[in-house]
Design a protein around this ligand. Structure first.
Ligand code: S3P
Length: 428
């Protein structure tokens, strides 16, 4: 992708459906035993892989007028897949689907691309085994491919995790929904609660408050149609672009503003951002709003570690905002960034530096000395195959004096198909 500096961004847009909610909508509908229509599903590569895997497990899924119609089965009626289930680049797909497969009565293999097969899986293997699942992985049960021999008699359990991860929590909940007895999960910090909200929407007996979740599987699931709101993590790129370019004003409609995902908006406001959240309403048990953003003068900010799980996917684009905010911004306690689609600490530190950012890599984060007047020099940068790194580099390059070439930018389709088209629309 080649990016040239632009003067401003203006317009009224929508961003594609939320990635986390799309995965969950397809998976939970598939095990509901009922027919569900999903509106505004994200047809990105990650979420398409999830649909294909569910089809390989015997679920009939139709595309009707850009919506999905899922003919749900019960997990017990899923069928043994004939080949390897390929999640591509998706951590959410592999970890959530592993939870479902743990409670089937057949063997399955989950695998993905080079990045996914190097990401940590012990975090789900150990707790699933403790519920009675037989699950194995490469590298001494630490990595994918994962081989799962399902067990229909999983036992519910109480887990106290030292890691706050929504993928881990959701994996356990999707196993627990078919287990015997109650499952409780405690995590040190609040992580996104889309699985809990959707299970509740489907009538499950579930309590949750961010750090504590309790699921009693005896009630089973009903089915209801789902509307997937716009992805706040995709909106974040447009919001930061609007803030750092002069004379810019954007309105993004119908964005999910779940409180376990929206803290980056508070951080930006603390930095001086002029952002208004309007028209808040609840759709399919998720809060949805319109977000209006105006160009703003930003200053550096202190980010408390407790918020890291909430802002984990927005840290790359927050780094871009910090690079234009006068003063020093420090991100600490974010070692999980090294376990994402790329090592995001290293990717940001090396690639942002190339185009002119004063950034210093730390063990579990980085330090940025921002300057609203510094030149973005352009050049050639590498996304490292990571969609959020590619888009962060693209957003900052909108300020560049010369053009910037972003290598390996096709990965943007992982989460934000149409990213280029939306930017072009806002430039016009
Ligand atoms: C996600 C959870 C987060 C996030 C990822 C999506 C989810 O990962 O980074 O992009 O959909 O549950 P972790 O659970 O590993 O923190």
């Amino acid at each position: 992708m080649e990016i040239y500096g632009v003067k401003s961004l203006n317009g009224d847009i929508r961003v594609p459906g939320d990635k986390s909610i799309s995965h969950r909508s397809a998976i939970i509908s598939s095990i509901s035993g009922k027919k569900v229509i999903i509106e505004n599903y994200l047809f990105s590569q990650d979420c398409i892989n999830t649909i294909e895997i569910l089809r390989n497990l015997g679920v009939k899924i139709e595309n009707i007028d850009n919506n999905l119609m899922i003919h749900g089965v019960k997990t017990a009626n899923m069928i043994e897949p004939r080949g390897v289930l390929d999640v591509g680049n998706s951590g959410t797909a592999i970890r959530l689907i592993a939870g479902v497969l743990a409670s089937t009565d057949f063997m399955s293999i989950l695998s993905g691309d080079v990045s996914i097969n190097n990401r940590p899986m012990k975090r789900i293997i150990d707790p699933l085994r403790s519920m009675g699942a037989s699950i194995y992985g490469r590298d001494n049960n630490k990595k994918a491919p994962l081989v799962i021999f399902g067990n229909k008699k999983l036992q519910g359990k109480r887990f106290e995790f030292s890691l706050s991860s929504a993928q881990l929590k959701s994996c356990i909940l999707l196993a627990a929904i078919n287990a015997e007895g109650v499952t409780e999960i405690i995590q040190p910090e609040t992580s996104r609660d889309h699985t809990e909200r959707m299970l509740q929407y489907f009538g499950a007996d579930i309590e949750f408050d961010g750090k504590y979740t309790r699921l009693d599987p005896s009630k089973g699931l009903e089915a209801r149609n789902i509307y997937v709101p716009g992805d706040i993590s995709s909106a974040a790129f447009i919001i930061v672009a609007t803030l750092i370019l002069k004379n810019s004003h954007t309105l993004i409609r119908d964005v999910g503003v779940n409180p376990t995902r929206n803290h980056f908006l508070e951080i930006l406001k603390k930095m001086g951002a002029n952002i208004e959240i309007k028209n808040i309403r609840t759709i399919s048990n998720e809060p949805v709003a319109d977000i209006e953003t105006f160009s703003s003068d930003l200053t550096s900010v202190e980010i408390e570690k407790q918020w890291i799980p909430n802002i984990i996917d927005e840290i790359p684009v927050l780094a871009v905002a910090a690079s234009r905010a006068n003063g020093k911004t420090i991100i600490e306690g974010a070692g999980e960034l090294r376990n994402k689609e790329s090592d995001r600490i290293s990717a940001l530190s090396t690639q942002l530096k190339i185009i002119g950012v004063d950034i210093r890599e730390q063990k579990d984060g980085f330090e940025i000395t921002g300057n609203s007047n510094s030149d973005i020099i352009g050049g050639t940068v590498d996304s490292m195959g990571d969609h959020r790194i590619a888009m962060s580099l693209a957003i900052l390059s909108l300020l560049s004096k010369n053009s910037t070439t972003i290598l390996d930018s096709d990965c943007i389709d992982t989460s934000f198909p149409g990213f280029k088209y939306i930017l072009k629309k806002l430039m016009a």
